[in-house]
Design a protein. Structure first.
Length: 118
């Protein structure tokens, strides 16, 4: 739904999870959050960081109740690379203060209603 909406808005959206099944199969990993091998972890990180470096902007979705360590690392990398950053996060976390755009709900994003820090 989100990638479709970004595409409709004119962005070339890349789903970071596309290709992970191939990598999991390559390394014999059934579910990479459980018992991944080091080479698998290194290849995932390299691939994701390469995508961050090559993009014009990064859209980070941080859903409630899900640990998104990789997304936070990628967002930080985008900050350091000087990329335009957009975050969709249910809570205005202080570490998201640097984003160019911050939305607290999908509806807010669709309506262009950015969170405003006081």
């Amino acid at each position: 739904m989100l990638i479709k909406k970004l595409t409709e808005m004119g962005y070339e959206a890349i789903d970071p999870f596309v290709g992970e099944d191939t990598l999991a199969h390559k390394y014999g990993v059934n579910f990479y959050y459980e018992n991944p091998c080091r080479d698998f972890a290194l290849e995932i990180k390299k691939r994701d960081f390469d995508q961050v470096v090559s993009c014009d902007a990064l859209f980070a979705w941080i859903p409630k109740g899900v640990t998104m360590i990789g997304t936070i690392r990628e967002l930080d990398r985008a900050f350091r690379e000087g990329k335009y950053t957009i975050a969709l996060c249910y809570k205005p976390n202080p570490f998201l203060e640097d984003t160019n755009e911050l939305y607290l709900t999908y509806r807010d994003f669709i309506e262009g209603k950015q969170f405003e820090w006081k």
